[in-house]
Every structure is written in C-alpha cells, then in structure tokens.
Design a binder for this molecule. Sequence first.
Ligand code: FES
Length: 171
Amino acid sequence: MSSRIPLPYSPVVLEYFRNPKNVGRMENATVQSTAGSPACGDMIRLYLRIEDDLIVEATFESYGCAANIAAASILTEMIKGKTLKEAWEIKWNDISDKLGGLPPIKYHCSILAVGALKRAIRAYYDEVRKEMPNWLPKNLSTEEKQTMEEEELIERMYSRVPKSPGAEGGK
Ligand code: FES
C-alpha cells in the first residue's frame, strides 16, 4: 500500500496534469525564461514566440509537481493571443482560480509559473526591444519577488548541505 497522502487537487488540476497542453522546448522562441531552482526540482522554463507585442505561441518545460505542470499548462493557453500588456496583468491567483483552486501549500507552483511569465516579458523588452514600455513597472511584481526569494532560499539551503566525499568529481 502506498504511504503517500493524496493532495486535494481539483478535477481541473488533475486533467491538466494528466493531459498537459503546450509542453516542450520551442526552438524558434523569441524569448525564454526560467523560474525556480533545478537544485530541488521545482523549476519551470517558459518559451514565448512574440510578433508585434502579441504572444503567438507559448510552451513550457516543468520540473515541478502536478500543480506546477497544471499551472504552466493553463497559463500557456491563457496567454496565447494576448498582447504582452494583457499577459502582464495575469496574477498567480488568476491561475489558481482557473484551476478550480490550489491547496495553500501549492500556491507557490502557480507563483513560479506567473513569475516565469513576467520574467519573459521583461526579458523581451530588455534584450530584444532594448526599451521598456511605460506600462511595465520598474519594481518587481509579487510573483517575481517571491520567485527570487524562493530561489535564494534554496541556494542558501543547498550551500549548507555537506558535500559527500567524491562529489567533487575525484575518482
Ligand atoms: Fe514546488 Fe509544486 S513546484 S511544490
């Protein structure tokens, strides 16, 4: 018998987890972003293809849990066809609501997905357009801030883990 306790996921989360949409690396992406840390596995990478400030295609790779896969999946569906300004307005709780609610311990899965989106939008204007539009706030959004705090926390935690002998690559 399994010792795992099932989390109370909504039917929508389970559906998107079992049949995720827009999964995979995009070779011709205009911009990509990452949120989370590969150290603990909670990580999402988002790819956007943008034409004239419009998101024409969005895909993702997730190394997170069922809620993260579902959040990233529904996010890619929601932003396709939106302008970058419209996509910027999406908040982590919009994703959670669309998914029929997430258990509080899983809020961060939705925050990572939206954090990746906001990073991608910023990266697009910074690296591709080389100028920021007036509507894009200089200060980090809630999702970007929380994503950064989580990444720093994980880095601190992993820097304290003693290295096992041989982990340095010596034979
Ligand atoms: Fe960390 Fe879901 S991505 S618990």
